[in-house]
Design a protein around this ligand. Structure first.
Ligand code: ADP
Ligand code: MG
Length: 351
């Protein structure tokens, strides 16, 4: 069956594949003058500032096709880029998608990948305006570039935090990492005994956090609505600890984060307990939650009293640089934050 489809891909050729994947693309934004179909896309941003961000995803390094549905993979690959645009307080408008395809793939699989890509684009009104397509000897490779716009005065950098600013996060943390732990565990069990079906029941939330992250454009819209411009902002791709340290380093400040203020979902805690991990460690070092971490001036705090379904948590404050970057634990101890990112947590180098 799969072989027939591989054959299909070979017959189709590069141009046939590009046509298959990019047919039915409708342009949504006036800044897109030319999308797929010429030597280059043409964009017109008039007097806006343009933000550009790109990510490279390699099979076996960034994703595992054993437990990652292709539609989710396409969706996530786009969302992580849009998240970076939102983290600049900008609005994503276009993406390009480049893929390296191994001969093991078939056209149906690639169309499924693109379904996820298009779904994420539709959700945020983004145009797919181009890309590149090649065969690959080392599995599936996806590189997405996102382009967005913002007014000069609206763009928020990592560098603007000031002492006494409040540190806020747009949602709970550690869930994506716990979802990954669950998927990896069930994969190992399944590899040991192919007859055992994975038991993922009751853990939908953390699986969704890992497989289907959402870029927080809704939070950016809310901040605009209440008239708050964060003093600094970053998205949480590598864990709270590493991200807040980026903000502090770029801003020339220190910080205090309070353990009892870090939002952690119940399912995240349950899974952490199962694998004997402290959920705070998952939140600090887990990564891939794609929530926004931002600082606001104390003067803006009252504006957050406006009614909303969004949950924005205040988890600490910015200090003078000389005070360093510390977590204040539930036992009232101060522990220096380490920018471990992902790898140090498990000691493996899979990511
Ligand atoms: P070139 O030879 O100039 O690189 P291509 O034949 O690779 O052109 O691409 C033709 C058109 O299709 C271009 O507009 C390109 O941006 C677009 N394109 C190519 N590959 C993809 C892809 N995987 N996804 C979306 N658009 C693509
Ligand atoms: Mg090309």
């Amino acid at each position: 069956m799969a072989e027939n489809k591989n054959q299909d891909l070979k017959n189709l050729g590069e141009f046939g594949l590009i046509d298959l994947l990019t047919k039915n693309i409708e342009i949504k934004n006036s800044s897109t003058k030319m999308g797929v179909g010429d030597d280059a896309a043409v964009l017109d941003y008039k007097n806006k500032q343009v933000v550009v961000t790109t990510d490279l995803l390699l099979q076996g390094i960034h994703f595992d096709l054993v437990y990652t549905p292709l539609k989710h993979l396409g969706y996530k690959a786009v969302m992580v880029n849009l998240s970076d645009v939102f983290a600049m307080n900008a609005t994503p408008k276009q993406i390009t998608v480049s893929i390296g395809v191994s001969s093991k793939m078939n056209t149906v699989a690639l169309e499924t990948l693109y379904e996820g890509i298009k779904l994420a684009c539709d959700k945020h009104g983004v145009d797919l305006v181009g890309g590149d397509t090649s065969s690959s000897l080392t599995g599936l490779t996806i590189s997405i570039t996102a382009i967005g716009e913002g007014d000069e005065n609206d763009i928020v950098y990592r560098k603007g935090a000031k002492p006494n600013d409040l540190i806020c996060v747009s949602g709970d943390l550690g869930g994506a990492y716990m979802g990954l732990q669950l998927l990896e565990r069930e994969k190992r069990v399944h590899e040991g005994n192919a007859k055992v079906q994975p038991d993922l029941s009751g853990y939908d939330y953390i699986l969704e956090r890992q497989l289907k992250p959402e870029a927080r454009g809704d939070v950016i819209a809310f901040l605009k609505e209440i008239g708050v411009k964060p003093t600094s902002m970053i998205d949480i791709s590598d864990g709270l600890s590493s991200e807040i340290k980026h903000i502090c380093k770029n801003s020339g400040t220190g910080c205090r984060i309070y353990e009892n203020k870090i939002p952690i979902d119940h399912t995240t805690s349950l899974m952490a307990e199962e694998i004997n991990m402290n959920p705070t460690v998952a939140a600090l070092n887990g990564g891939e939650d794609y929530e926004l971490l931002f600082t606001i001036s104390m003067d803006d705090y009252e504006k957050f009293s406006k009614e909303t379904d969004l949950k924005i948590y205040t988890i600490g404050h910015i200090t003078e640089e000389s005070k360093g970057c510390y977590l204040v634990t539930n036992a009232d101890q101060e522990i220096e934050l380490q920018a471990q990112g992902w790898n140090a947590l498990t000691g493996n180098n899979e990511q």
